[in-house]
Design a protein around this ligand. Structure first.
Ligand code: MN
Length: 164
């Protein structure tokens, strides 16, 4: 099984390959903020483990085994980042935290979160409860809002700041 660090490297290599077809030590060093000698060392290890094809003076490409892990990790990263953005977490923090959490969650949790993100982004046209959550986050106040009482709702009602 790939380590967390290998997964991050493969993820970075994959995104660089998407741009230029191969990844050099320098590119990965910039993206991950790691010194070139550590990247070279990791490239050798990833190559020994069969995740990348690496030629010392050329660039690295992914083997099918490496590609599978890279795509999977990127998918998890994106989903977790989206989830955190739904909660209202700042962009940069969402990206950083997604990159850490992506390695450790159980498949069931990932599946639930994936469905949740899909539900909020695609199925739910107007996630009123999410607006209520944002209101709760900002003010600490929970408001009851049903179809019958929504006129009085501080988030959705006529008297509120938003009318939907
Ligand atoms: Mn990561």
């Amino acid at each position: 099984m790939a380590t967390e660090r290998s997964e991050d490297y493969l993820e970075a290599i994959d995104s660089i390959i998407g741009l230029k077809g191969y990844a050099r030590v320098k590119d990965v060093s910039e993206i991950l903020g790691v010194g070139p000698s550590s990247v070279t060392e990791m490239f050798q290890k990833l190559s020994e483990d069969g995740y990348i094809n690496y030629e010392k003076y050329g660039g690295a490409t992914l083997t099918s085994k490496g590609k599978k892990i890279a795509k999977n990790t990127r998918k998890k990263h994106q989903m977790l980042q989206d989830f955190l953005l739904i909660l209202g977490v700042d962009d940069k923090i969402a990206d950083m935290d997604a990159c850490r959490v992506e390695h450790v969650l159980n498949p069931e949790t990932l599946d639930r979160l994936t469905k949740f993100v899909e539900f909020v982004q695609i199925k739910e046209k107007e996630p009123r409860w999410l607006e209520h959550f944002n209101y709760y986050y900002e003010t600490g106040r929970y408001v009851e809002c049903t179809r019958d009482t929504s006129d009085e709702c501080p988030v959705h009602g006529k008297k509120g700041n938003k009318s939907k």
